[in-house]
Design a protein around this ligand. Structure first.
Ligand code: ATP
Ligand code: LTN
Length: 328
């Protein structure tokens, strides 16, 4: 069966972009693949340094992943730091990628520019090496991610191919899988920027756990375009197109089809809000239930880590043998 791997960082609350761009495809595809889904807490250390914060977010994110429908009997959900092979392979990846390649990563340029006055961890720069380890350890063929991760998957492919040509065929060269709608959900207040946890204000972000009133308010206040025509045109009408695409992703219809049903912005905004409220309602209910039994959550994560380690340790061993490191 096709091996699929994807990961999410426990940094801040999960938003609609994360869900529509990536997470919902983890659940919808889980029965057709052998899926591994990681909560990458070590990645979060690139931007978080307060004690305890990452651990708590990791637990909450685990509850979100099970609440959206990842079935622990079917999919492997694990925490990155519970599988030490990620850090171990990461060093080898750092030695397989060049300084120049890492310097060209747009996420590094953006995030380091935003942290101008703050501490910029070296890990923010070497981040793609750890991400390549996350993926290559599982022999993943497909990596379902949002459009912002395209460059990271490309560099992972380059690293895998370089390693294979240096040391012989060792790693599966993975490919990114992106959804047709929702691959890049934009900020409701600034539809030219992606909806992002690191936005300066959260009025344009819809969180998975926002209550219905807050969701509706955010959609009603969404920034639209200056004329009043409802048309799907990402380039000239980014605000309206974002709403159409969100509603399309929430209802399974096409953005063009949805556009043909509206002549005014107001109803489009409120209907999109309502569609999102209905989409999130069952997820929120399951989340509350899961968070009330932490022992059960921990036990699910322990089982996930054990399954993940089974695969990851074999791949790390294979990489050591390919390189020809001296066996113990
Ligand atoms: P941020 O939102 O701060 O940029 P991030 O990109 O680091 O956070 P993660 O939580 O690590 O977010 O991302 C999890 C998944 O969500 C990734 O597959 C990413 O591609 C996807 N994703 C994040 N933002 C969006 C968005 N606005 N639209 C579509 N997919 C997104
Ligand atoms: N870089 C990703 C998170 C991430 C990831 C991965 C995604 C880390 N490791 C492996 C897919 C596969 C992000 O910032 N969204």
């Amino acid at each position: 069966m096709n091996r699929v791997l994807s990961c999410i960082q426990p940094t801040g609350a999960v938003h609609l972009g994360n869900y529509l761009g990536a997470l919902r495809h983890w659940t919808s595809g889980q029965h057709e693949c052998d899926g591994f889904y990681g909560i990458v807490d070590l990645h979060a250390l690139t931007v978080t340094d307060r004690p305890g914060v990452v651990g708590q977010s990791t637990l909450e994110l685990a509850a979100v992943l099970f609440a959206i429908g990842l079935d622990p009997q079917v999919s492997t959900v694990f925490v990155q730091s519970h599988v030490p092979e990620h850090s171990q392979l990461s060093w080898i990846m750092e030695c397989t990628v060049s300084f120049g390649e890492l310097s060209r990563m747009t996420q590094f340029k953006d995030k380091s520019a935003k942290r101008e006055t703050e501490f910029i961890a070296a890990g923010l720069f070497t981040y793609p090496a750890l991400m390549a380890a996350d993926i290559l350890l599982y022999d993943a063929h497909d990596v379902p991610v949002g459009d912002d991760q395209r460059q990271h998957i490309e560099i992972t492919r380059d690293i895998a191919m370089r390693f294979n040509s240096r040391y012989g065929d060792t790693f599966v060269v993975p490919r990114a899988v992106m959804p047709k709608t929702g691959a890049r959900v934009m900020d409701l207040q600034d539809p030219t920027s992606k909806m992002s946890k690191s936005a300066t204000t959260d009025t344009g972000l819809v969180y998975l756990l926002d209550d219905p009133a807050a969701i509706l308010k955010k959609f009603k206040r969404a920034v639209t375009d200056s004329d009043s025509e409802v048309r799907f045109d990402r380039e000239h009408k980014p605000g309206i197109s974002n709403l159409l695409e969100i509603q399309a992703a929430a209802t399974g219809r096409s953005p063009e089809d949805i556009a043909s049903g509206y002549t005014q912005y107001g109803p489009l905004k409120s209907d999109t809000g309502e569609a999102v409220i209905e989409l999130l309602r069952p997820i929120q209910a399951r989340y509350t239930e899961l968070m009330s039994d932490r022992a059960e959550l921990s036990s699910l994560l322990r089982a996930g880590a054990s399954k993940a380690r089974g695969i990851a340790s074999a791949t790390l061993q294979r990489a050591h043998e390919s390189i020809g490191l001296l066996p113990l």
